[in-house]
Design a protein around this ligand. Structure first.
Ligand code: C2E
Ligand code: CA
Ligand code: CA
Length: 706
């Protein structure tokens, strides 16, 4: 936009110049009398003085300003216009006091030659200087250029001075003089070439500096025309106008060089600095202010709040199941979703609220204008409702929900950092509990801390061998005989005593510690089984629970195969329990199960009925057994629904030729019902609680006949 205005201005300048040129050309020579020559002479001196002044300004600009960042264009134009300024200075007395020049022995013809040389130099010089690229130059380069130019200039001037008698006569300076005609037209061509080349090089976009240099060339052409080709009288109006044009031309060069080498780089640098600043405070993807900015704004808000007593609140907004969306739809769709969420939140903001991107799938909202906590909670309700409508990504509609976590100053923290951390804790608490929003409470802190501590203890517990196994028998319902044992891990915590796997298994799963722990369970269970076989007990199958992370290991079957071989246990005596949720990625699950089956171990689906697997789906998986979740067995006598579920599962299993084990069998009625349903096996407190290996030996295992 600025360039556009500058281009318009340039055209106006050309037009004004052209009008003056025509006007000057129309004034007949007869208008001036001999008496007015002195006046014209003085005006010439003034024009030359300013022309010289502009030239020296260009020289000084290159030579003295920002010398640490001297560039090629600035250096060369400085040298060129230094020389031109000197020639202007030399020509000044010619119009004022001719006698003075005569005393010096300088002929008028020589001065005309010098003028032509200066015009030629400017045309060729500008062509060379402004068609190259601007690069920084060293100090050495600067002084070498200066020294060389000084030698060439003094040598050139001396040569012109000493050979002036042999110079062709240029006077009268009019088109009738063939020498004058030849040289002048040559210079005009040089100007035109220079003009065309610069215009061509900058054909796509012209900066203010380039426009200024182009205007300078136009004025030089007009000036040169008026001085040498249009004026029969040396001190006439056209000649004077020509000198004024030259003066203006030098001014434009001065302006152009300044813009190009000083102002534009500075502006560029400022723009770069502004961009860096922007990046430091704004998120690249969504364009929203980032975490850094959030902290600063929140801190300011806190300071204001502590003065006024109005609460300052921060709400952390977390997109539910973002990872799953990202994994299944791809990163670009994930990015798109984040942008849409950011836009939606920004739109929902009132004038006293501000949205920030916290990182990953989290945004934050600073609520400034609320007068009470109730206000803030109402606002959260509103937000939840407004965030509900679905989003359009790649032409498909997605329903995306969010969880909110709130922390309020002063109650929930005294600094921005603390408030943010607590709001974040609140949102994770909300997710854990499956609710839409929660406000920070100190209990969460304790909870998080104890979780963290437990995770640490878990790590140490594995090293210190604080884990042991218990076994729970699985009984054939019709015969009452033992058919298997489930290995269940126990943790004997040095301070807390025995901790339930329901508490530490999810933690181990989250931290990845489940892999070494699960491995230990597998090994220990198999070794125990082998030991029983070696002791002469009848061989029995041991079930071991697998976790998601273990099941996802690509070399799981090889690993288990090697382990069994090392222990010397036949694979048919090992059963692996997986849950329905582990089979969601159908292809991967199928391949993994297939490999395990090839190994010869059995597979059962644990907690069956709590997932969403369809019958059809199960049919395609290589499995041996379903274990009906104990929640159904528990209510089987009271709840018709549960009874129906159990009976459906068993009949379906029969149909698919799968074995069925009922979990959590606690009483005789349940046992009778399960028998009626032709359920194969059962496991539960009715038969035995999980118990130590020695106890199992005594109560359940029998010596084999051999
Ligand atoms: P699960 O695989 O469903 O294990 C059966 C759970 O039900 C055991 O709880 C067992 O003590 C309990 N149970 C057995 N009979 C009855 C009964 O008649 N009534 C009631 N109310 N409960 C009964 P436990 O040992 O606390 O294990 C809980 C869960 O921890 C297990 O559920 C399993 O998912 C996980 N787990 C246990 N050991 C391991 C392991 O070595 N690796 C992995 N990955 N998970 C394990
Ligand atoms: Ca199990
Ligand atoms: Ca189970």
């Amino acid at each position: 936009m600025r360039i556009r205005t500058a281009e318009k201005m340039t055209i106006y300048q050309w037009l004004i110049g052209f009008v003056i040129l025509v006007w000057a050309g129309m004034i007949p020579a007869s208008v001036y009398s001999r008496e007015s020559y002195e006046w014209f002479g003085n005006l010439h001196v003034i024009a030359l003085f300013f022309a010289g002044a502009f030239c020296f300004a260009i020289f000084i600009q290159g030579w003295m300003l920002f010398t640490d960042r001297l560039s090629r264009i600035r250096l060369y134009s400085s040298v060129l216009f230094g020389a031109l300024g000197l020639i202007s200075l030399l020509r000044m007395p010619a119009y004022g006091n001719m006698d003075f020049l005569k005393d010096m022995g300088l002929q008028l013809n020589t001065l005309v030659w010098l003028t032509l040389i200066s015009h030629g130099l400017s045309a060729v010089g500008i062509l060379i200087i402004f068609n190259g690229n601007d690069e920084e130059v060293s100090r050495k380069h600067k002084f070498l250029t200066a020294a060389l130019s000084a030698i060439v200039l003094t040598g050139g001037l001396y040569a012109v001075y000493s050979f002036q008698d042999n110079l062709p006569e240029l006077l009268p300076a009019s088109p009738s003089n063939p020498w004058m005609m030849l040289v002048s037209v040559g210079i005009m061509i040089a100007y035109a070439a220079s003009f065309t080349a610069i215009l061509y090089k900058n054909r796509v976009e012209r900066s203010v500096s380039v426009l200024s240099v182009i205007t300078a060339l136009i004025f030089m052409m007009m000036g040169h025309y008026l001085i040498f080709l249009a004026e029969p009288e040396v001190l006439g109006m056209r000649h004077l106008t020509g000198e004024a044009f030259m003066m203006m031309a030098y001014y434009f060069v001065l302006k152009g060089v300044y813009k190009l080498t000083v102002e534009e780089p500075l502006r560029y640098q400022q723009a770069a600095e502004a961009k860096i600043k922007h990046l430091a405070f704004y998120d690249d993807l969504t364009g929203l202010p980032n975490r850094h900015k959030l902290k600063i704004t929140l801190q300011n808000q806190i300071e204001r709040a502590s003065g006024t007593g109005i609460p300052a609140a921060v709400i952390v907004v977390n997109i539910n199941r973002f990872k799953a969306i990202n994994d299944s739809l791809g990163y670009s769709a994930g990015d798109r979703l984040l942008c849409l969420m950011g836009e939606r939140l920004s739109r929902l903001c009132t004038s006293t609220e501000e949205v920030f991107r916290m990182g990953e799938d989290e945004f934050a909202l600073i609520v400034g204008g609320a007068s009470s906590i109730d206000d803030i909670q109402d606002r959260m309700d509103q937000l939840l409702v407004s965030m509900e409508s679905s989003l359009l990504i790649d032409n498909s509609e997605y329903h995306v929900s969010v969880s909110l976590g709130l922390a309020v100053f002063p109650g929930d923290g005294s600094s921005a950092d603390q408030l943010l951390q607590n709001a974040d804790m609140a949102v994770h608490n909300a997710k854990e509990q499956g609710i839409e929003f929660s406000r920070y409470t100190p209990f969460m802190q304790l909870h998080a801390q104890s979780r963290f501590k437990l995770e640490n203890d878990l790590r140490k517990g594995i090293e210190r061998q604080e884990f042991y196994l218990e076994f729970q028998p699985q009984i054939h319902l019709d015969s009452g005989k033992i058919v298997g044992l489930e290995a269940l891990v126990r943790w004997n915590h040095p301070v807390r005593g025995v901790i339930s796997p329901a508490e530490f298994i999810p933690l181990a799963e989250e931290s990845g510690l489940i892999v070494p722990l699960g491995d230990w369970v597998l090994q220990t269970a198999c070794r125990q089984n082998k030991k029983w076989q070696l002791q002469g007990y009848e061989p029995i199958c041991i079930s071991v629970n697998l976790s998601m992370r273990q099941f996802r290991q690509s070399h799981l079957s090889e690993h288990i195969g090697m382990m069994l071989e090392e222990i010397g246990l036949a694979p048919e005596y090992l059963e692996l329990e997986i849950t329905e949720s582990m089979t969601f990625d159908k292809e991967a699950a199928f391949e993994q199960l297939q490999r395990l089956k090839e190994l010869g171990v059995h597979i059962s689906i644990d907690d069956f009925g709590t997932g969403y697997s369809s019958l059809h789906y199960l049919k395609s998986l290589p499995i041996d057994r379903l274990k009906i979740d104990r929640s159904f067995v528990k209510e089987v006598m009271e709840d018709n629904n549960d009874a129906a579920i159990v009976s459906t599962i068993t009949s379906m299993a029969h149909h698919l030729k799968l074995k069925v084990t009922a979990e959590g069998v606690e009483n005789q009625e349940q046992l009778e019902f399960l028998k009626q349903q032709r359920c194969h096996d059962g496991q539960g407190y009715l038969f035995s609680k999980p118990t130590a290996a020695s106890e199992i030996e005594k109560r359940f295992l029998s010596r084999s006949a051999g």
